[in-house]
Design a binder for this molecule. Structure first.
Ligand code: FMN
Length: 183
């Protein structure tokens, strides 16, 4: 698949078929994460792969009822929980190198996008889920101190196409030479 076609065609999928994810496709996804860029190649991401329906349901309970991704959490055959090891990305000898502090959120985001695009390229669906009780998920999954749960995604074959959400016009977010001084 053409790269631009993948970037523009990927949609958040919130309804899944129960069909299993082939092992080969799953390995390809993880390989896509493996090759994501990261701060000084620190690769702070870690992924918990949940196939057990009881654990999936337990994790799904941490998602608020008004989150549209909730029904898909236990529906898809796999639930991926993306974690970031803290204090590595953006750090040198234990000291934050920029005012931004920890870049784990940024690097795990890149890893997640690689995963979502690779999934789409193989006909699989994902939806990044950020709105849930992170502390509770860390507790359920036994995530140790120094590692944080960042986001989750169900993974499986889409049962819908997903709707297209409008995007801003380029002129709204690309500025020449200086930040726009309208505000
Ligand atoms: C960091 C992040 C967190 C998100 N959290 C949720 C979420 O909790 N629930 C949900 O249904 N969608 C969530 N989304 C998906 C967005 O709503 C979706 O990407 C956006 O509306 C654009 O739609 P598209 O992905 O189909 O292009 C999240 C996306 C990102 C990048």
């Amino acid at each position: 698949m053409d790269l631009m076609e993948a970037i523009k065609g990927r949609r958040s999928i919130r309804k899944y078929k129960p069909d299993p994810v082939p092992e080969e496709a799953f390995r390809t996804l993880i390989e896509a994460v493996r090759w994501a860029p990261s701060w000084s190649n620190t690769q702070c991401w870690e992924i918990i792969v949940i196939r057990d329906s009881k654990i999936k349901s337990e994790v799904a309970k941490t998602v608020p009822k008004n989150n549209p991704a909730l029904p898909s959490m236990a529906e898809a055959p796999i639930l991926l929980v993306l974690c970031g090891r803290k204090g590595i990305s953006g750090y040198y000898k234990g000291q934050a190198e920029t005012v931004k502090g920890d870049w784990a959120m940024f690097d795990t985001g890149l890893a997640m996008q690689n995963l979502c695009l690779a999934a789409y390229g193989m006909g699989l669906g994902t939806v990044i889920v950020g709105l849930f009780d992170h502390n509770k998920v860390e507790e359920i999954l036994g995530v140790p101190q120094g590692v944080e749960v960042v986001a989750m995604t169900p993974l499986g074959y889409p049962a819908t196409k997903g709707s297209i959400r409008a995007r801003k016009e380029v002129s709204e977010f690309v500025f020449n030479e200086r930040y726009r001084n309208k505000e």
